[in-house]
Design a protein around this ligand. Structure first.
Ligand SMILES: [Zn+2]
Ligand SMILES: [Zn+2]
Length: 132
């Protein structure tokens, strides 16, 4: 493995906007709740630019698809992104102006597509205990 960190540029300078790879909207990194927003508030797609949040050390540049939300300790929501090019998974804080409907749809997706039949969820007798 050669060192890719030399691609790191201008750390500490004003973050630059980028264009969303998915919907084409301009995305500004500094926003409510974070200075390292790396995903689009409209469609929630990201780009694989960072190894650590804000470091811009990755040179993959692939589009990162939002695949899930999860709740961090303390109740903060985060988005799980998966890079379409290299497959890496990243977890990113949500920002104050992220699309709430899309966030909810990711949170509800497992519930709307359960991996088991919901009609088995009716209250049922506890499994009978066989006495030895
Ligand atoms: Zn977008
Ligand atoms: Zn990647």
């Amino acid at each position: 493995m050669y060192n890719k960190k030399e691609h790191r540029v201008r750390r500490g300078s004003a973050p630059e906007w980028f264009q969303c790879t998915h919907c084409g909207q301009p995305v500004v990194p500094e926003t409510y709740g974070t200075e390292h927003r790396n995903h689009c508030p409209w469609c929630l797609w990201s780009r694989h630019l960072d190894d650590e949040p804000g470091d811009r050390a990755a040179d993959c540049g692939g589009g990162m698809e939002p695949i899930a939300v999860w709740v961090r300790q303390g109740g903060e929501w985060a988005i799980v992104h998966r890079c379409k090019r290299c497959g890496v998974l990243h977890s990113n804080r949500i920002a104050g102006d992220d699309n709430e409907i899309l966030l909810l749809s990711f949170a509800l997706r497992p519930l709307s597509q359960p991996a088991f039949p919901l009609d088995r969820l009716h209250p049922s007798e506890p499994p009978s205990q066989k006495e030895a």
